[in-house]
Design a protein around this ligand. Structure first.
Ligand code: AMP
Ligand code: MN
Ligand code: MN
Length: 319
């Protein structure tokens, strides 16, 4: 079975680096810590380090969260680099150095745009989350409650609480197997997904208030600029959920949300309902993701960016 490969490689390696994508989300943090916890529980003698950009504190209930290293310049080299939930090398950000300097590597991911950048690659675009896929690599009886919390968290976040169209029978089976480990799933859902700080609610309210419909009401758009983020004292991870709220607007096929990361540089998030493959739209401009959830970074004024995106979306709507 191909899935044995992860543990075979881990067994053979004395030192292991685990890396995930920039601006880590629940599936990224969950999958990295699931693998970290599983390996350290099975092989306490091995050196295992997790490298991620600073993760949102809402995931701090996950075991070994405090071990995540956000300094990419340690100069350490590893026998094995495990890449999780990142569709391409670039999305690893500065932590790509651990992939480049490791003796061997393995990539486990579920992005349709993943071309396979590891020495070994396991990419299944029909898996709802990397965490769902990961379950095939682990021995059921060796999955601890702590590992189950990580896996459940990843699936929960990439399916928006088991309701996105990427949720399958398999997704629920894996989530069910994690529940059987005795995790407090309702607390995990509330604490890591639904709970919002006051300012998070405020900025979401403002983004929704200022949103505009275009392409005959089939698309909705909103933007948060750097100055707005500074005003509310929020960072990028505080904007989670805004694009999903825009998507459920009646009549809308595609929701587009922009936030400014640097002067005139915007992170674009797109969500689709039925008619448009937004992964194609994002890929066209150098980004990627999934058919119904994708992202890309673009430069220009919000109006220019919107015009460029609208052209590609309209093509598909007319298709
Ligand atoms: P987001 O809108 O950031 O939640 O991203 C939606 C999906 O698109 C996620 O699966 C991301 O991994 C992917 N994605 C976001 N930004 C990029 C990007 N710049 N390049 C490639 N994939 C991206
Ligand atoms: Mn992710
Ligand atoms: Mn994912």
């Amino acid at each position: 079975m191909q899935e044995r490969k992860l543990m075979e490689l881990a067994e053979a390696a004395g030192t292991i680096a685990i890396v995930g994508h920039v601006r880590p989300d629940g599936d990224c943090v969950g999958s990295c810590l699931a693998v970290c916890n599983y390996i350290t529980e099975q092989y306490p003698e091995k050196t295992v380090d997790v490298y991620l950009e600073t993760p949102p504190v809402k995931f701090s209930y996950l075991k070994q969260f405090e071990r995540i290293c956000s300094d990419p310049e340690t100069g350490k080299q590893y026998d094995l680099c495990i890449c999780l939930d990142s569709g391409d090398r670039e999305r690893l950000g500065k932590n790509v150095v651990y992939l480049d300097t490791a003796k061997t590597s393995i990539c486990i991911d579920h992005h349709i745009t993943n071309q396979g950048y590891g020495a070994a690659n396991f990419v299944k675009a029909d898996a709802s989350a990397t965490c769902e896929l990961l379950y095939d690599f682990l021995d059921e009886e060796k999955i601890s409650k702590e590992v189950a919390e990580c896996i459940y968290t990843g699936i929960l976040h990439d399916t928006n609480v088991f309701k996105n169209s990427n949720t399958t029978e398999r997704t629920m089976q894996v989530a069910g197997a994690m529940m059987a480990k005795g995790i407090n799933f309702s607390r995990i859902i509330d604490e890591s997904f639904y709970k919002k700080t006051y300012v998070q609610n405020q900025i979401m309210g403002r983004a929704v208030l200022e949103s505009v419909l275009f392409l005959d009401g089939k698309c909705i758009f909103s933007v948060v600029r750097k100055q707005d983020m500074d005003f509310y004292g929020v960072e990028a991870s505080d904007l989670d959920g805004i694009v999903d709220q825009l998507r459920v607007t009646d009549g809308v096929e595609v929701a587009i949300f922009l936030h400014e990361t640097e002067n005139h540089v915007y992170k674009v998030s797109m969500r689709s309902n039925n008619l448009v493959n937004v992964s194609k739209v994002a890929s066209y401009f150098g980004g990627g993701g999934h058919e119904k959830a994708s992202g890309v970074t673009m430069t220009g004024t919000p109006q220019d960016i919107l015009n460029n995106l609208a052209e590609r979306i309209d093509e598909q709507l007319k298709g």
